[in-house]
Write a protein that binds this ligand. Structure first.
Ligand code: ZN
Length: 210
């Protein structure tokens, strides 16, 4: 089975669904993570150019530790992500190439604008990738059956699926610890403690192409 995870910034995927990713990998499922931005606005003490390089490297190190098969960095501007036609088309292309059965995205009531934009872009792309369309330049449609929305900066209002990650909590915490550039951020550490030291991950299930 193939799993596609969309993260607005490097580390969101670990906070929101790192245990579920580890569980997929333990079952032999192939996981690709798509970073919408490189999180270069994540520190006031670093230039954006430098921080993008640092955060991409942290993501690579965490992914190697986890056994994530493939990372895609789209390098959109951190803090300015919008649900544009161009962004939707980019994601349609990735969905058609990767052919995932499951997709993970942030939930729509997350407090960060980039997270909400990621949710919108991917949902549009999931719908459009499932039907033949001129812009798909000859690629075959691909219908993703299951989209799971994960929590980062705000709790889900409606939880429709809970994954038990008891066996994978340590892997999740260790993977998150590779993101050293974020460790100075008090809000980040609070969120990390809340989600990393939890044996369960909460999701809202979206069934789009049924
Ligand atoms: Zn984020």
């Amino acid at each position: 089975m193939k799993v596609l995870v969309f993260a607005p910034h490097p580390d969101d995927e670990l906070i929101g669904c790192g245990g579920s990713i580890a569980k997929h990998i333990s079952k032999g499922n192939k996981v690709t993570v798509v970073y919408m931005t490189s999180g270069e606005a994540g520190s006031p003490n670093q230039s954006k150019e430098k921080l993008a390089i640092i955060r991409e490297r942290e993501a690579v190190e965490a992914a190697e530790f986890m056994g994530i098969n493939n990372l895609i960095f789209l390098k959109n501007k951190d803090g300015l992500l919008k649900c544009t036609q161009r962004n939707i088309l980019n994601i349609i292309k990735i969905i058609m190439e990767e052919k995932p059965q499951i997709i993970y995205i942030p939930h729509p009531a997350d407090r960060h604008k980039d997270h909400i934009a990621t949710n919108k872009i991917v949902i549009q792309a999931v719908k459009k990738a499932a039907v033949p369309c001129q812009q798909n330049s000859g690629r075959k449609p691909w219908a993703v059956k299951l989209v799971l929305c994960y929590e980062v900066w705000a709790p889900l209002l409606k939880v429709s699926f809970i994954e038990d990650i008891t066996e994978f909590v340590e892997i999740k915490a260790k993977a998150a610890s590779f993101h050293k550039s974020q460790a100075q951020n008090i809000r980040y550490n609070k969120t990390l403690r809340k989600y990393v030291n939890n044996n369960r991950e909460h999701f809202h299930i979206l069934k789009i192409n049924n």
